[in-house]
Design a protein around this ligand. Structure first.
Ligand code: ZN
Length: 435
């Protein structure tokens, strides 16, 4: 993986459509934090990349939490007395509150109503609701349809099962040449919504496929797991490994039209944070960078004080920051191939820079070394030979054993990709040595 490898994923490249097609394939499946929907989703991801699957039994203690019972659902509806389905899970899986207990009986409107959820301010949208940790059941529907529901009696049926089973997560491990680890986490637990969380899953799969074409320096672990309980479970089973995690990214919604945004790790100045800032600086006049807060996606777990890992987060419009968030309007039309492609390229560039990043010393530090006799004049990369030349001068000057490559990009205000390319050429020519 080289930093400029991701330069090819610019306008016109079909990767965005490919990622969109993958989202489309996963979209109809009813996922939750456990159950068959997750396994079927991983089956689809596995056609792109090899996965190591893990099944963690219900009841397993994971830090302060416990792996819940497994939830599966076959069918659900609210029907009128003649059997006509008024709310139908088969038409839209968001209709059922995730983790709903089984129900099968006739009831009046008064009995049913406390179990119905709508969005009066968005009367055509179906909200997304869960009841993972408090036992109950419910239906979600468009407010407009609630008004047409009638007085009942209703046949209410949820053909679900909540029983001891397991929590499923998967990893794609891309082995590196060193012991250092890096992680990429995408939550795989949402039912039919495209931006949250399938865009993250699909982009993680595409990035893993890209990395598998070469041999990175760090060992990259792509983790597909349910939000919160999944990252906590992974951490509890990989505690020993966390000591060698040098960088990490959580991938949230990445396909909508919002600006690509990076949220810093709790450390605030980790290599992940610094590399992401430099990549966004190359793309945006004023980079969209958010400070850490203990709210959001799974960075909350990776950045909990007992771990404090250098894990930041990439999103476009984040949780709660776009109107379609956690509703049926987060559909396939909200995720745009061009935005998916640009997210993929920027995150890939950040990962490649992290993978390349080291601290170098200039082995010929007294006066400028002669580039010409080493064939470095007129070398190509990052635009013009002059730009690359200029970047080499910066790298040689700052390679005093105290600055890493990302710091060289900060200090020189040159593109991180260009600085990486210059350092790579200088290392190959024997003028630089990593410390
Ligand atoms: Zn969500």
């Amino acid at each position: 993986m080289k930093v400029d490898d991701f330069g090819q994923y610019s306008e016109g490249h079909p990767i965005g459509q490919e990622i969109h097609d993958l989202i489309r394939e996963m979209y109809p499946i009813c996922r939750s934090i456990t159950g068959e929907g997750v396994r079927r989703t991983l089956d689809i991801v596995e056609r792109w990349i090899p996965l190591r699957r893990h099944e963690v039994p219900s009841g397993t203690r994971v830090f302060d939490w416990e792996v819940p019972r497994e939830w599966n659902i076959r069918d659900a509806f609210v029907a009128d007395a003649s059997g006509r389905r008024l709310i139908d899970f088969r038409a839209q899986n968001l209709h059922v509150v995730s983790y709903s207990l089984p129900v099968d009986r006739m009831m009046s409107r008064a009995e049913l109503e406390p179990h119905l959820y709508t969005m009066p301010d968005r009367p055509d949208w179906i909200p997304y609701r869960t009841s993972y940790y408090d036992e109950g059941w419910g239906f979600c529907l468009a407010h407009r349809d609630l008004q047409k529901l009638g007085d009942g009696p209703f046949h209410v049926r949820i053909d679900s099962e909540l029983a001891p089973g397991s929590l499923t997560y998967a990893e794609c491990v891309v082995p590196g040449t060193t012991q250092g680890q890096a992680i990429v986490f995408a939550h795989s637990c949402h039912p039919s919504m495209a931006n949250d969380s399938l865009s993250g899953v699909a982009i993680a799969a595409a990035l893993a496929r890209e990395l598998l074409r070469g041999r990175p320096r760090l060992t990259w672990r792509f983790i597909f797991a349910p939000a919160t309980i999944g990252s906590i479970t992974w951490l509890s089973r990989n505690e020993e490994l966390t000591g060698s995690v040098q960088a990490g990214l959580v991938l949230g919604p990445l396909g909508d039209a919002g600006d690509l945004t990076y949220k810093r790790s709790r450390r605030g100045n980790s290599v992940t944070d610094r590399a992401a800032l430099q990549v966004l600086r190359g793309l945006q006049a004023s980079p969209h960078i958010e400070a850490f807060e203990p709210y959001g996606y799974d960075e909350r777990q990776f950045c909990s004080p007992g771990f404090n890992l250098p894990v930041g987060r990439f999103t476009r419009s984040a949780n709660g920051k776009y109107p379609q968030y956690h509703t049926s309007a987060d559909d396939l039309s909200l995720v745009l191939p061009d935005k998916l492609r640009d997210s993929f390229a920027a995150i890939g560039t950040t990962m490649a820079a992290i993978d390349f990043n080291r601290t170098f010393v200039n082995l010929s530090p007294k006066g400028e070394p002669q580039l010409g006799k080493r064939g470095l004049y007129g070398a190509i990369g990052g635009g013009s030979p002059e730009r690359l030349q200029y970047a080499m001068l910066w790298v040689l000057n700052l390679a005093d054993g105290t600055n890493d490559v990302v710091e060289m990009a900060e200090r020189s205000s040159l593109d991180l990709q260009l600085i990486c390319r210059a350092a790579e050429l200088l290392e190959q020519s024997g003028l630089l040595k990593a410390v």
